[in-house]
Design a protein around this ligand. Structure first.
Ligand code: SAH
Length: 363
């Protein structure tokens, strides 16, 4: 799929024609990764962060947010819960916290992978190659680092670089595969300043980076952030979204339809990738975000297994669906929703086809 076609789909507003995109993504999904929906237990183990991302409620500048880091025993207990629920993967996610000792995290990963048959995914921000290698040697299988936007100038504005850090997100992403990780990345859809042309470029980048995992979600404004404080007008930078004036230069709206389009296009450009219907999508479309996501390209859901007392503190955006659910119903509900679609709950680690040998390369 070339950029013009991607752009046409991103700009498409006719719901009948969009059915064609959903159908095509669903077919590509079924053909390449089948009907299994893999569940990844998500542990948000720390909200400490030194970054000043303009979009994220955990930014260092948000002094209203109490900070926490779970102990290794607490993380182990969450891993045990994920394992007992039948999940094959644990995702350890946190803010970016250089005061965390990489050796400590390596020991946590080693403890998990040597005591439970769980694949481990890390999502802990930008770290030097030595730390990434240490964790890989400790048994981490996968690494998630969203590029958020393909426009490096925009990225610098919304995700300011730290002084004295020679490595960039894109460099890190390109190095992870060499270290032996399955590599995941994705897009913050509709972040202020993102245009349709840039979003089309992001979709191409998903393909160029040869990603094993693609997690993208809608930008949800957080009131304690620069991008969430003042009313941001998503209608457009010029012309008007839906008013006949759409062009590649218009601001992308961070809505559910745009998120489904990105999911579907991601599936089409990376047919074998593991693609979650993300929590941010389910937050925006509570009634059917998971279902529609799974029917428009996704094959993964990441249920939250963080202890409930910490969930509301992992405050990247407001209103997160998993902030304080009643646990019994929450986990059972996700499985029931998968089965109601005629899909099955995946068994085992659900590795990327590239690593499990099912596919050497993707178109
Ligand atoms: N520190 C890690 C993990 C960050 S949280 C890292 O930087 O990789 C994971 C993702 O949450 C981010 O990559 C970003 O895409 C998303 N996120 C942050 N703020 C958000 C917001 N306001 N709305 C929606 N998603 C957001």
């Amino acid at each position: 799929m070339v950029r013009e076609e991607i752009l046409r789909w991103l700009l498409e507003t006719d719901s009948a024609r969009l059915q064609e995109l959903w159908r095509r993504a669903d077919e590509v999904r079924r053909h390449h990764v089948g009907d299994a929906v893999h569940l990844r237990g998500l542990v948000e183990f720390s909200n400490r962060c030194v970054r000043q991302c303009g979009y994220c409620g955990m930014r260092a500048g948000n002094s209203k947010l109490p900070r926490y880091r779970m102990t290794s025993d607490e993380i182990l207990a969450s891993a045990r819960l994920a394992h007992d629920l039948g999940y094959g993967t644990l995702v350890l996610q946190s803010g970016e916290d250089p005061s965390m000792d990489p050796e400590w995290l390596a020991a946590v990963v080693r403890k998990i992978t040597t005591t439970m048959p769980l694949a481990v995914t890390l999502s802990v921000g930008e770290w030097p190659p030595e730390a990434l290698q240490l964790w890989r040697e400790g048994g981490a299988d996968r690494y998630l680092l969203r590029f958020e936007t393909a426009d490096e100038d925009l990225l610098r504005r919304i995700h300011p670089p730290l002084p004295g850090r020679p490595w960039s997100r894109f460099e890190i992403l390109r190095s992870l595969g060499d270290l032996g990780y399955e590599v995941g990345s994705g897009i913050l859809i509709g972040v202020p300043g993102q245009t349709f042309g840039e979003l089309a470029r992001c979709i191409e980048l998903l393909r160029e980076l040869e990603l094993d995992m693609i997690g993208s979600g809608p930008f949800i404004p957080h009131p304690e952030t620069p991008l969430g404080r003042s009313p941001v007008h998503f209608s457009s930078l010029e012309g008007g979204y839906g008013a006949g004036g759409l062009s590649a230069r218009d601001q992308v709206p961070p809505d559910d339809i745009m998120t489904y389009k990105v999911l579907a296009l991601a599936r089409i450009v990376r047919p074998y990738a593991n693609i979650p219907a993300t929590t941010a999508l389910a937050t925006l479309d509570r009634a059917s975000g998971y279902e529609k996501g799974l029917q428009r390209g996704a094959n993964v859901i990441m249920p939250n297994v963080t202890p409930v007392r910490y969930r509301s503190l992992y405050h990247v955006y407001p209103g997160k669906v998993s902030s304080a659910p009643s646990d019994d119903t929450y986990y059972a509900d996700i499985k029931a929703r998968i089965e109601a679609l005629g899909r099955t709950v995946g068994v085992g680690p659900g590795s990327s086809a590239r690593w499990s040998g099912a596919a050497a390369s993707c178109p």
